[in-house]
Design a protein around this ligand. Structure first.
Ligand SMILES: Nc1nc2c(ncn2[C@@H]2O[C@H](COP(=O)(O)OP(=O)(O)OP(=O)(O)O)[C@@H](O)[C@H]2O)c(=O)[nH]1
Length: 255
């Protein structure tokens, strides 16, 4: 089924779809009645049957289709959930690692098709001292920090850019058609916002911070993407080494 048909059916809803099926099957039953009478050359007027046909179809169709339409919507919902599970990290609402790479590669392949090697930038973000937060406030406290953090990032990162969770407390942002300056502005905003909030968990108020590494690349090769993630990672570890809670940029001539 095409996405357009699926969307139209969702818009109609269960009641609307049952109503539509009832109307359609009534029309179909009437046409069938006329055709059969005509074909068998019966010597009576089919109009006499119309009221009976309408009553029967309008009673039987909703009864039968209510269950089937319900089943259709249940399967549709399950498919949406499965697609979500396959692509998203359920706790943080960011893309999972696999889908982040798939989406990035898809974007790079469109650049390749258009022969447009635009500059893209990457931010690799890692929460500071999540282990200590877990130890101090419990795993639930750490989870709340991860959720609050991802909300900030998702709020700051606008479409068509996207965010993925690489694993644990490490995230990555892909910025399409953007320079290192754009990436730095975004990193500043994320670091500042994270610094300024407190997460409430189990009666505790938790402050936390994040370290961010930035890099950019021009091209459409997936190896460029892998290199850029490694570069952003090395910038990130510079921030970790120099005290955390900030960002650093990886420049191409850096070794
Ligand atoms: N609460 C919670 N903790 C997690 C989750 N995923 C990973 N962690 C924990 O996050 C911690 C990440 O550790 P690291 O990144 O090595 O170190 P860190 O304590 O964050 O310290 P730095 O990164 O060096 O600042 C580990 O203790 C993991 O167990 C999660 O989904 N929820």
């Amino acid at each position: 089924m095409t996405p357009l048909v699926r969307m139209s059916l969702r818009k109609l809803g269960r009641v609307g779809l049952v109503f539509l099926l009832t109307i359609l099957s009534t029309i179909f039953a009437i046409i069938l009645n006329f055709s059969i009478v005509d074909w068998l050359d019966f010597a009576y007027l089919p109009e006499q049957d119309i009221v009976v046909i309408c009553i029967i179809t309008m009673l039987v169709t909703p009864l039968l289709s209510w269950y089937l339409v319900g089943l259709f919507f249940k399967i549709d919902q399950m498919e949406v959930q499965m697609a979500r599970l396959a692509t998203m990290d359920s706790m943080t609402n960011t893309y999972n690692r696999g889908y982040f790479y798939e989406n990035s590669k898809h974007y790079l392949s469109t650049l390749l098709a258009l022969k447009q090697p635009n500059q893209s930038s990457l931010l690799v973000l890692d929460l500071d001292d999540l282990k200590r937060i877990n130890d101090q406030f419990g795993h639930a406290g750490g989870d709340q920090v991860l959720i609050a953090f991802s909300k900030i990032v998702l709020n700051v990162v606008q479409e068509p850019n996207f965010v993925g969770r690489l694993g644990g407390d490490e995230f990555v942002v892909f910025l399409k058609e953007s320079s290192l300056d754009d990436a730095q502005a975004l990193a500043t905003e994320i670091v500042d916002r994270v610094r300024s909030i407190k997460v409430e968990s189990d009666g505790h108020s938790i402050s936390f911070s994040v370290s961010v590494g930035l890099s950019s690349f021009t091209g459409y090769d997936t190896s460029d993407l892998d290199k850029a993630i490694k570069s952003a990672d090395s910038a990130l570890y510079d921030v970790k080494r120099s005290g955390r809670n900030g960002y650093a940029v990886y420049y191409a001539n850096q070794k």
